[in-house]
Design a protein around this ligand. Structure first.
Ligand SMILES: [Zn+2]
Length: 233
């Protein structure tokens, strides 16, 4: 193993480690984002509250209708009970009964409206419950997959860190320093492969003598243009 190939191996590990780390932080973000579930829960809670209120409304409309029917019954009992004989008084009672019936019809219309509204609210509640179920199942399954991926990545990452420790043993401190400084300066790729006689990072064609020096592997050879350490592969 040449000095450049040792560094190249280290770079390979570092690139994979950073890929795994960014995927792990991506997973962390996805797992913490439960907005879709929260929204479905809110919509369901609102639909449920609306349905409950509409049921209450129906019950109170039913009570008003019943009370009105009782009043009519009472008024008719007086009217036809034979207790009142005075024609003027009877006429007044008839008028009162007719007026009570008219209002009953208004109250019955209101009850019907309340029942229709309540049926609609019930359908809304059922639909939002179904949607909440669907979203919960979807989120749970997605999270299970991500949790599994997260665990496997963590295991792999631990293995890579161990391999990295082992790779460091064969790298001398000066080379490691240079590698780290280069990474800070030029980004993740500090060791550049030679492809078709050129630096694969910046494209500069390398002289035959340079390529020979790279292949001999005893020295670290750097690209004249981008400064990266060259590696023949
Ligand atoms: Zn270069």
């Amino acid at each position: 193993m040449s000095r450049a190939s040792n560094l190249y191996r280290l770079q390979d590990l570092d690139l994979t480690i950073s890929q795994y780390q960014s995927r792990l932080s991506e997973i962390e973000t996805i797992l913490s984002d439960t907005e879709i579930l929260t929204r479905a829960k809110i919509i369901f809670a609102e639909a449920k509250a609306k349905y409950q209120a509409s049921q209450k409304h129906v019950r109170s409309a039913e009570r008003l209708v019943q009370t009105q029917r009782n009043k009519i019954e009472k008024s008719e009992r007086t009217l036809y009970g034979g207790v009142v004989n005075n024609p003027k008084e009877l006429q007044d009672l008839q008028k009162e009964a007719a007026s009570l019936k008219r209002y009953l019809s208004t109250l019955e219309d209101r009850l019907l409206d309340a029942m229709v509204t309540s049926e609609e609210a019930e359908l809304q509640q059922q639909a939002s419950a179904k949607e909440l179920d669907r979203v919960t199942t979807q989120v749970t399954s997605k999270h299970n997959n991500l949790n599994a991926e997260q665990q496997s990545l963590q295991v792999d990452l631990q293995r890579l860190e161990t391999e990295r420790e082992a790779a460091l043993v064969s790298i001398n401190p000066d080379d490691l320093n240079l590698y780290q400084n280069l990474r800070q300066r030029v980004g993740n790729i500090a060791i550049s492969l030679i492809q078709d006689g050129s630096c694969s990072a910046c494209g500069l064609a390398q002289a035959d003598s340079v390529q020979q020096a790279i292949r001999s592997g005893t020295e670290l050879v750097r690209c004249g243009q981008c400064g990266r350490i060259l590696y023949a592969g």
